[in-house]
Design a protein around this ligand. Structure first.
Ligand SMILES: Nc1ncnc2c1ncn2[C@@H]1O[C@H](COP(=O)(O)OP(=O)(O)OP(=O)(O)O)[C@@H](O)[C@H]1O
Length: 337
């Protein structure tokens, strides 16, 4: 008799996510103790030795909740039951910048990346599911995002992989139950002060009630379609960027980027905005805070610049139109002759 269907689904997804790794490589599961990452860790423990890989586990103790060190210790203990070694609990101190959720996430990713580097890991697996993806897409839709952002979380990005992105949370819960595991219920996951909790607990169920089941799958499909579109447009924008950026040592010495307007004014808006976004980032605008509406404003300096010559974007970067050139710089740029 084979394993229960949910356990088989998780194992299959993990096996697929390990494609491309070399025999003997170390793979780490990032595990909070919740159902998603617990099912993931159990799946990795089963699959890795059969794929000739070494596997371990990392759990982060944010120190924000009572009993969190005990929970981290429990997760580490479970790791050995799954055959995961090394298994480490990482304690982090969480700042406050950008709000508690964002600060905890940043501290967590820093700690995971540092530990992965120290242990020589080839990949770190995260337990995001299709439901997380649907919540992300809905949140971003409500903010007016473009296709890249609506593409949601990627299945792979650098060191990180998300094997469960095509499985529903129901599957991870069922897999834990079938394996006799008791996942930890993060009290934050029910706290309606968090936007994501309201999306999960109120909005998505209301969508399903009104529009029928399958909304989470549909949103995840939209994300996948947007990813393909965004990849194609990014490739096009790379080629335009290479032509449009003016090389000028005086500008590059101060970290400024100049874009030749004639090279971008006649390309499709979706491509042009990508070029402008990249120029703003190269000049120092932080990608995470650079929103679609900032780029729309900058775009007006290309398409319709009468009246306005300067637009501010995050990171103290300004875009200034000077005749046929658009200059992105932290300081007000000096005129180009
Ligand atoms: N305390 C933790 N220790 C280790 N890994 C964690 C921890 N918390 C979350 N993770 C990893 O991150 C995944 C996503 O968790 P969660 O949805 O709570 O985080 P998030 O803040 O939404 O993450 P992201 O910033 O990646 O969207 C988990 O499945 C797990 O792999």
């Amino acid at each position: 008799m084979g394993p229960p269907p949910a356990v088989a689904d998780v194992r299959r997804a993990v096996r697929h996510a390990l494609d491309g790794l070399e025999p003997g490589d170390l793979v780490l599961a990032a595990c909070s103790g919740g159902a998603d990452s617990l099912a993931l860790a159990a799946g990795l423990g089963f699959v890795a030795p059969r794929a000739g890989l070494r596997a371990g586990l990392l759990t982060v103790d944010h120190g924000l909740q009572e009993g969190s060190p005990d929970r981290a210790a429990d997760v580490v203990r479970l790791a050995s039951a799954f055959g995961l070694d090394p298994a480490e609990a990482l304690s982090v101190s969480v700042g406050t910048s950008g709000g508690p959720e964002a600060a905890a996430r940043e501290a967590r990713y820093t700690a995971l990346s540092e530990a992965a580097g120290r242990l020589g890991a080839a990949a770190v697996l995260l337990g995001h599911t299709r439901d997380d993806q649907a919540e992300t897409v809905l949140l971003r839709l409500a903010r007016g995002s473009g296709t890249r952002s609506l593409a949601g979380m990627p299945a792979r990005a650098g060191l990180y992989r998300r094997p469960l992105l095509e499985l529903g949370r129901r599957t991870t819960v069922a897999a834990c139950a079938a394996l006799g595991l008791s996942p930890w219920d993060d009290p934050h996951n029910l706290d309606p002060r968090y936007t994501r909790v309201r999306v999960r607990e109120r909005l998505l169920p209301a969508f399903e009630d009104e529009l029928g089941p399958g909304v989470a799958e549909a949103l995840a499909r939209t994300a996948a379609l947007c990813r393909d579109d965004a990849d194609a447009l990014d490739g096009w924008a790379d080629a335009v960027y290479a032509r449009a950026v003016v090389s000028d040592s005086a500008l590059s010495d101060i970290g400024a980027v100049a874009v030749a307007v004639p090279e971008v004014e006649d390309v499709p808006a979706a491509v042009r905005r990508r070029v402008l976004r990249r120029a703003a980032i190269e000049a120092g605008a932080p990608p995470g805070t650079l929103a679609a509406f900032h780029i729309l404003q900058v775009d007006r300096l290309v398409t319709d610049w009468r009246g306005q010559r300067r637009v501010e974007v995050p990171g103290g970067v300004g875009a200034v139109r000077r005749y046929g050139t658009l200059i992105f710089a932290r300081q007000p740029a000096s005129p180009v002759s």
